[in-house]
Write a protein that binds this ligand. Structure first.
Ligand SMILES: [Zn+2]
Length: 91
């Protein structure tokens, strides 16, 4: 079951805590309450949270932390290189 995000009305902030499904590490993030509400109402995350990095948006959506995300991304890149066949030009 997903944890509820903690809304701090006094400071107009939402504290989001996510557990990374890859490494199990917990990470927290503070976001603007209005931006958070926009996102919850269905706005694209890139539009709703203009000030967040792609990694921080990923934490909000999936909980995957930046090191794990980087590792997954690099792995996919590596696979592309493995598929590349060596050139055997006769020159
Ligand atoms: Zn992780």
């Amino acid at each position: 079951m997903a944890k509820l995000d903690l809304i701090d009305c006094a400071n107009n902030l939402v504290k989001v805590v996510r557990t990374c499904p890859q490494c199990g590490k917990e990470q927290s993030l503070q976001v603007n309450y209005e931006e958070y509400q926009n996102w919850r109402d269905g706005m694209l995350i890139q539009r709703a949270f203009k000030s967040l990095t792609a990694g921080q948006r990923e934490i909000l959506m999936t909980g995957i932390c930046e090191p794990c995300w980087d590792a997954m991304f690099n792995f996919e890149e590596d696979e592309i290189y493995v598929d590349e066949t060596p050139r055997t030009d006769p020159f």
